[in-house]
Design a protein around this ligand. Sequence first.
Ligand SMILES: CC(C)(COP(=O)(O)OP(=O)(O)OC[C@H]1O[C@@H](n2cnc3c(N)ncnc32)[C@H](O)[C@@H]1OP(=O)(O)O)[C@@H](O)C(=O)NCCC(=O)NCCS
Length: 186
Amino acid sequence: MSEPTKAPAKPKAVRKRKRTSNPPINIREMELRDIPAVFALGQRLFTAEKWPTLYRSWDEHELLQLFGTDEETCLVAESEGLVAGFALGRMMDKPRSAWRYGWLLWLGVDPTFKRRGIASRLIKQITERFIDREARIMLVDTDEDNEEALAFFRRHGFGQELRHVYLSENLEDHPYYREKKAEAKG
Ligand SMILES: CC(C)(COP(=O)(O)OP(=O)(O)OC[C@H]1O[C@@H](n2cnc3c(N)ncnc32)[C@H](O)[C@@H]1OP(=O)(O)O)[C@@H](O)C(=O)NCCC(=O)NCCS
């Protein structure tokens, strides 16, 4: 008896993977016209409930001021005319010290653009700009519960973590505050 002959295997259909190509992202210096969009994105990211300290210090005037003094270390990631992210920093000199610092004050990426390497591109560019300006140390800071930011910074080689505690007092309970309020009322 001859062995049953196997039917020749059908050639496998080659399935083409559907490619969802993301629009290109351009990293560039922030311009005056970007400020409202950058501010609005920051307000979405740094909410009072999530990060009270970031929320308190995220301020449009400070943003404008930083842009005025440190334009070259204020970067945005742009996608099809939209601000997808930002990295805002400044140089810091200490009098009588040989050390120059580059301080990354604010970093944010629109949630719809997360985990696409945008913050990595922003931090790479801002780091190079700090080095061009002779920074020898770069500083970043964030809330100690901000796991995603900490994971991001650690991934990019930041360490030597120091804890810093913010304390606050409600000044409306301060005797001088009350005194002034009472005076104003007459
Ligand atoms: C932190 C933040 C800037 C990261 O932006 P991003 O564009 O998503 O980051 P990237 O895609 O470049 O991530 C690079 C790497 O960082 C790490 N990382 C980033 N987000 C992470 C997350 N949510 N959880 C764990 N690791 C994360 C990963 O190692 C990641 O690499 P992988 O995607 O290959 O795993 C963004 O999540 C953000 O805007 N957060 C809110 C604002 C904020 O907290 N800013 C920092 C303090 S000012």
